[in-house]
Design a protein around this ligand. Structure first.
Ligand SMILES: Cc1ncc(COP(=O)(O)O)c(C=O)c1O
Length: 389
């Protein structure tokens, strides 16, 4: 009945857990959830006001498929401020979230059998998106002891004549790992002179949790690398606008033109109202971000402190984003799905199993939730796991 295309992608192992957690909550069961993938802050008032103004002024019709010029110019300004890089409007596509930017990108660059190097742990949607575009996900495991970062020699050993692209996601969902400029220079050295696209997924780039960590984009390494890099960013995580669905693809003109053509035959423009809100987000005050990041820093420290009290658990200290990715191999022989199921059913704590991100034995804990929820979840987790030891 169904097309092979849809059969080629696995159903998400996280779905059953998330669905179960939701059903439990709906049934009145008090679940402490550390499963959130979005900031728990409200979208700032000036952004909401811009959307209301757009509606009242009748800005409610189709816009150019790739986004209004005002927003593209705001993105260009943002790229100059945040990355120190110059782009033209023809090098920017506005899409329905970072997700559609990535989806369009894979559709327009991949031919059947083209390989995409995906360092694991990875964001859950990369492999299915590559598969749906006819490509081949080449999963390359990274190690906790290397800060979950891909090493240049490992990258080199996985390159093949079919390698079409590589994904770098920094800060990472799910590990919170951040590549330094030096790390990126070393990877760029391996990729220099090769016909390989570099996809830089920077949707968490404003959420840096350690003062000594300085975020950098691989596109800034050299003009040659900038030419090969397609940047994906969004207002979703930075401005707490996940529901507004505005993301960007920035880079090579031909690719942007092709991705715009694809978008013209699928969703057309992203919501006109959300585009106006995104202009306000990018051009408006940015000071609230410092407050939000401080809140994330405090929660991260509390979570890591409490995790130390849980037997048999070690955790890489996240440098960015709002996730911790502790190693819990000791439990259920490293079967993270089983562990997540037990934590939900017995301890009433919702976490996302590491297997969903391509690395078993770990779980993802989100601290995009209140300190009270973090404390309660960790208390329950500790009590439950102590019974198992
Ligand atoms: C690493 C990463 N990239 C991209 C996205 C997509 O973000 P958006 O909500 O803008 O589509 C997410 C969302 O969870 C993410 O975690």
């Amino acid at each position: 009945m169904l097309a092979d295309r849809i059969k080629s992608i696995p159903s998400s192992p996280t779905l059953s857990i998330t669905a179960k957690a939701k059903a439990m909550k709906a049934a009145g069961i008090d679940v402490a959830s550390l499963a959130a993938g979005e900031p728990d802050f409200d979208t700032p008032e000036h952004i909401k006001e811009a959307a209301i103004k757009a509606v009242k002024e009748g800005f409610t019709k189709y816009t150019p498929v790739g986004g209004i010029l005002e927003l593209k110019e705001a993105v260009i300004n943002f790229m100059e401020l945040e990355y120190g890089l110059k782009y033209d409007p023809e090098e920017v596509l506005v899409a329905c979230g970072g997700k559609q930017a990535l989806y369009n990108l894979f559709q327009v660059i991949l031919n059947p059998g083209d390989g995409v190097i995906i360092p694991a742990p990875y964001w859950v949607s990369y492999p299915p998106m590559v598969l749906l575009a006819g490509g081949k996900p080449v999963i390359v495991q990274t190690d906790e002891k290397d800060g979950f970062k891909l090493k240049p020699e490992t990258l080199k050993s996985h390159l093949s004549p079919w390698t079409k692209a590589i994904i770098i996601n920094s800060p990472s969902n799910p590990t919170g790992s951040v590549y330094t400029k030096k790390d990126l220079e070393a990877l760029a050295e391996v990729l220099a002179g090769k016909n390989i696209w570099i996809i830089s997924d920077d949707v968490y780039h404003k959420i840096i949790l350690k003062d000594e960590v300085c975020w950098a984009s691989i596109a800034t390494v050299s003009p040659e690398i900038k030419e090969k890099t397609l940047i994906v960013n969004a207002v979703s995580k930075t401005y707490s606008m996940t529901g507004w669905r505005i993301g960007f693809l920035i880079g090579n003109k031909e690719i942007i033109k092709a991705a715009t053509k694809l978008q013209s035959q699928s969703t057309s423009n992203p919501s006109s109202i959300a585009q106006k809100a995104a202009v306000a987000a990018l051009n408006g005050p940015q000071d609230f971000l410092t407050t939000w990041v401080d809140v994330f820093k405090k929660r991260a420290q509390r979570l890591l402190g409490l995790l130390k009290e849980v037997p048999g658990v070690s955790c890489f200290e996240p440098e960015g984003a709002f996730y911790a990715f502790p190693c819990m191999k000791k439990y259920f022989n490293g079967d993270s799905l089983k562990l997540a199921e037990y934590l939900l059913e017995e301890a009433k704590v919702a976490v996302v199993p590491g297997i969903a991100f391509g690395q078993d034995g770990f779980v993802r804990l989100s601290f995009a939730t209140s300190l009270a929820t973090i404390e309660e979840a960790l208390k329950r987790m500790k009590t439950f796991l102590e019974m198992l030891t």
